[in-house]
Design a protein around this ligand. Structure first.
Ligand code: SF4
Length: 206
């Protein structure tokens, strides 16, 4: 049965929700970040990719999945034959959480309360889009989508259900691939990620 909240969310557009999220104060992360970094893509997207949170560059540009990890992600999607027009990319947490260190801002992991607070926006994105599949890129995204802690290493490549019944494919975040120092291992992990993306393509119906 569709709840009243779902009915209201479905009657909204991504643009309206994005505008509402610009003024969000549901947790403290808005205080130090530059801006809300909302998801990007069309309502007709068949897959929703969920990352952890915006990074330094995303925070400044106001767009998700830019920078080196975003470029790598784009390349692997293309190799897997996934049409970017059929995708929507967003983050579990929509403000950049960091610790200042000199002039640098060092990424800091969102806690369970922040993930829960920001689920308000992710829920609305998923309700409006109603994708065939959502993809959890890393532990924070998996937690946001399923409402519980997910052992990524054990469940990587498998499909679980979100709290609302959307199939969720579990995998790593593309930034993880960039951090692997050993070239051979990096290549192996890149191929595993590409395999996960081919599985995503199979799960997309349209
Ligand atoms: S992180 Fe999410 S819940 Fe917290 S203030 Fe930003 S948009 Fe709101």
């Amino acid at each position: 049965m569709i709840s009243q909240d779902d009915k209201e969310a479905r009657s909204k557009t991504l643009k309206t929700v994005r505008e509402e999220a610009e003024g969000c104060t549901r947790c403290d992360l808005y205080k130090n970040a530059t801006q809300t970094v909302f998801g990007e893509g069309r309502r007709s997207a068949r897959v929703v990719f969920v990352g952890e949170q915006p990074g330094d560059k995303e925070d400044i540009e106001g767009r998700p999945f830019v920078g080196p990890a975003g470029t790598l992600f784009d390349n692997i999607l293309e190799e897997a034959g996934i049409d970017r027009k059929k995708t929507y990319v967003t983050n579990a947490v929509k403000h950049f959480k960091f610790e200042p260190r000199g002039k640098r801002r060092i990424h800091s992991k969102p806690n369970a309360g922040e993930i829960r607070a920001c689920r308000w926006w992710l829920d609305q994105e998923l309700t409006i889009i109603r994708p065939d599949v959502a993809v959890a890129l890393g532990a924070t995204a998996a937690r946001a989508l399923t409402g519980k802690q997910v052992p990524i290493t054990r469940l990587r490549g498998s499909v679980v259900e979100s709290a609302e019944g959307v199939p969720v494919l579990i995998t790593v975040h593309p930034s993880y691939l960039l951090r692997i120092p050993n070239a051979a291992e990096k290549e192996r992990e890149r191929e595993r990620f590409a395999k996960d993306m081919r599985k995503v393509k199979e799960l997309m119906k349209g």
